[in-house]
Write a protein that binds this ligand. Structure first.
Ligand code: ADQ
Length: 495
């Protein structure tokens, strides 16, 4: 039988469920828009590895879109593959579904709205309908794969209606949700087309996890102000007969793994050209080429640095790595054009035969190259206009040489700023403030760099990816029995 025809594990007694009795914990089921490629370890980030480990430990299931489209997708069964101890199940979408659900409502309407960019939010009714229909189809395909007592962990804004759809089909498992993006202020969320349906759908999860305290507060204010809800003790929110546990789980990275990758280059020639006099500092930025990441503002700040602090000319370069993302959407084509125009403008205006001020690379790189580049760079410039967390900020810290660390310049509007308070925090809309902060970072004495780095490194280690996963799982498990006292034993509770 081909893989995509394989009968679901518990359908009509054709196959026995996997050894439920042999597991010492409930089975974890992760649902996300796309399923990470767990075979490509070098390309797979700590997030995929951490989730993969949790799934393997419970002989779990990862369910999502294959990333493929096919015209007969609605008639095809999920493709089921076993990878070690875990099972991966994927479905294709029809081209219309991919357009309406993924590129349409999720990425043209929800993504900009959640990042405070209502001016860029385009909501087409047909796309919104397809978004809700695809969530219903996820539920149709997932239901036969579920076992009693599963813990279902749903990820991100693509799948907000999934708990509602699963419960409508009789699912009695506990269902948790984690939002990787910001949750905006309630006035912004209330302006999103279909916000009421989304708000109701979020309340159907047993746990709703956010990156930061301010995201959680925004959600609570929305529930209380726009849904006639109220806050109960602990992290509980209630509205319209539904109660959910809304809590904060700042996502992290595999700190030691990234630090090891960064150290691999020690003793080897630099990845970047070496200046004849050795006097060249590097500022690095690593971001998907997304309008939320503040790349034009960052380039303008670098230009202002060269203009206002001429002593840095020929002694600093800015390396911006910006892999393509969602390229078929016009707004992403616009941001690429603007970034490339600014790079040309700065290099043409300030560069000379021996010095290229901006090195701009529009493609993905393996993690070990990114880690080594972060270690070689005197400044990490992470200045999104809005970001749920921003893992690159944490990766930059993990990559530093403890004895001679670089300086992190970080946007106040990245979720990471709530934890990484010893970074140089800036307003990413204020080009001159960013330029003067870059000057400060480039000239900061080693003692101050070291003091800041030590605190940052500690915090990045405390809130690593394992802590994120375990805190969520603990809340998820304990919210079954004692929803109020969920933070009693984890690191977040101790902070
Ligand atoms: P992203 O918006 O993708 O994630 P981020 O948190 O910075 O943003 O994660 C990007 C990851 O991709 C990092 O691990 C980085 O190293 C990697 N990456 C970036 N450029 C790369 C390149 N050129 N080649 C290879 N890898 C590259 C969303 C939210 C964030 C939130 C994360 C996790 O938008 O706010 O922090 O999810 O929840």
């Amino acid at each position: 039988m081909p893989d995509n025809q394989k009968a679901p594990a518990n359908s009509a007694g054709e196959e026995e469920p996997t050894d439920v009795a042999e597991r010492d914990s409930k089975r974890l089921v992760v649902v996300s828009n796309r399923v990470a490629n767990l075979n490509a370890k070098a390309q797979t980030g700590g997030l995929a590895v951490a989730l993969g480990d949790a799934l393997s430990a419970s002989q779990g299931l990862w369910f999502g879109w294959s990333g493929e489209t096919s015209v007969d997708a609605k008639e095809t069964m999920p493709k089921i593959e076993t990878k070690g101890d875990l099972t991966v199940a994927t479905i294709d979408l029809t081209p219309e579904e991919a357009e309406g659900y993924y590129l349409g409502y999720a990425n043209r309407c929800l993504w900009p709205s959640l990042h405070y960019r209502l001016d860029l939010a385009l909501c087409n009714e047909e796309h919104a309908n397809i978004y809700f229909e695809v969530n219903a189809r996820f539920a149709d395909n997932l239901m036969p794969l579920l076992e009693p007592g599963d813990m279902i962990w749903v990820h991100d804004y693509h799948l907000i209606p999934l708990a509602e759809e699963l419960k409508r089909r009789g699912c009695t498992s506990r269902i948790g949700f984690f939002l990787h993006t910001p949750f905006p202020s309630p006035e912004i969320f209330a302006a999103v087309p279909h916000q009421k349906r989304l708000g109701d759908a979020l309340m159907r999860f047993d746990v709703v996890g956010f990156q930061t305290q301010s995201d959680r507060e925004n959600f609570a204010r929305y529930v209380c102000g726009f849904m006639n809800g109220e806050e109960l003790t602990g992290d509980l929110l209630t509205a319209q007969g539904q109660t959910t546990n809304a809590a904060v789980f700042p996502i992290g990275i595999d700190v030691q793994g990234f630090a090891n990758l960064a150290a691999q280059g020690d003793g080897q020639p630099s990845l970047l050209p070496v200046a004849p006099d050795g006097d060249m500092k590097t500022i690095i930025g690593v971001d998907r080429l997304d309008y939320t990441k503040g790349l034009p503002e960052r380039l303008r700040a670098f230009e202002a640095l060269l203009e206002q602090y001429p002593q840095h000319r020929r002694h600093v370069r800015f390396v911006q790595i910006a892999p393509p993302t969602r390229e078929t959407l016009p707004v992403y084509q616009d941001i690429r054009r603007e970034v490339e125009r600014l790079v040309g403008q700065i290099n043409g205006r300030f560069g000379d035969l021996n010095w290229q001020p901006v090195i701009y690379l529009h493609r993905p790189f393996p993690q070990d190259v990114l880690a080594r580049l972060c270690r070689e760079s005197a400044v990490g410039m992470i200045t999104p206009l809005r970001d749920g967390m921003n893992l690159v900020a944490k990766e930059y810290i993990a990559a530093q040489r403890p004895e001679d660390p670089g300086v992190l310049v970080l946007s106040r509007f990245a979720g990471a700023a709530e934890q990484l308070r010893e970074a140089l925090l800036i307003n990413p809309h204020d080009v001159n403030e960013m330029a003067s902060t870059l000057d400060r970072a480039l000239t900061m004495p080693r003692q101050e760099r070291w003091a800041r780095y030590n605190r940052l490194r500690q915090r990045v280690e405390t809130y690593d990816v394992t802590n994120w996963r375990d805190s969520f799982m603990q809340t998820f498990a304990s919210s079954d029995a004692d929803p109020v006292n969920v933070f009693a034993n984890n690191k977040l509770g101790a902070a």
